[in-house]
Design a protein around this ligand. Structure first.
Ligand SMILES: Nc1nc2c(ncn2[C@@H]2O[C@H](COP(=O)(O)OP(=O)(O)OP(=O)(O)O)[C@@H](O)[C@H]2O)c(=O)[nH]1
Length: 220
């Protein structure tokens, strides 16, 4: 059995208090922390999100047989501080991100108004290939200020995926991260999973990389 471990870096950004930490805690620990304090600098968590098996045909000079590959997918989720004073620290985490989640609070107009500033930062510091997702959080709240279609239009205009979530009510949180994982996995598969052909007698020792900034390796 051969295992391939894919590690993808996902970074959350957005104004202070929009719920970045709560989204991460909901996804990684299944809870909504009471009295969540502001993030200082950057925090990170790892979650193994998917284990997939793939049968591949291995054709040797004498025999042809099937091999089962176990694909293990991990998300390394970086939760950055929204406060301005941490900005120079958090910027340094953009570069190696495979996906960036830009979060605003649907009940707080200023967090939406700041999105263009965040996009400028992303453009300046992140890879141009980064997967960008816009998230309107706190949809459980009744004092909504930003209608869904406004968020949707903004995302469309800037080539981003869009999703509304509630970390509190666990709405769309799993879907958000799983969609990202699936997309990144799709990219990785189309690029770098080893190919098996007539000349391949052994698949041992192959290493798969997700992209130039990735950390993805075969483990024994
Ligand atoms: N109603 C509601 N409140 C939420 C939700 N998500 C987070 N909150 C609340 O919003 C506040 C800020 O949440 P955090 O997760 O700390 O926000 P943050 O974006 O990580 O903030 P910084 O670390 O300062 O950047 C907390 O009081 C949370 O309880 C949500 O989905 N619904």
């Amino acid at each position: 059995m051969d295992d391939y471990k894919f590690l993808f870096k996902v970074v959350l950004v957005g104004n202070a208090g929009v719920g970045k930490t709560c989204l991460v805690r909901r996804f990684t620990q299944g809870l909504f922390p009471p009295g969540q304090g502001a993030t200082i600098g950057v925090d990170f968590m790892i979650k193994t999100v998917d284990v997939d098996n793939e049968k591949v045909k291995v054709m040797g000079p004498l025999t042809t047989h099937f091999h089962t590959l176990t694909l293990v997918l991990q998300l390394q989720i970086w939760d950055t501080a929204g406060q301005e004073r941490f900005r120079s620290i958090t910027q340094s985490y953009y570069r190696s991100a495979h996906a960036l989640i830009l979060v605003y609070d649907i009940s707080c107009q200023p967090t939406f108004d700041c999105l263009p500033d965040w996009l400028r930062e992303i453009e300046e510091y992140a890879s141009s290939k980064v997967l960008r997702v816009l998230v309107g959080n706190k949809i459980d709240r009744e004092d909504r200020e930003i209608p869904t279609h406004v968020g949707e239009e903004f995302a469309e205009r800037h080539n981003m995926y869009f999703l509304e979530t509630s970390a509190k009510e666990a709405e769309n949180v799993e879907r958000l991260f799983m969609q990202i994982a699936e997309d990144l996995m799709k990219q990785a598969r189309s690029r770098d999973l080893p190919r098996y052909d007539a000349s391949a007698t052994s698949i041992n020792g192959r290493t798969s990389t997700v992209s130039d900034s990735s950390c993805c390796s075969k483990f024994q």
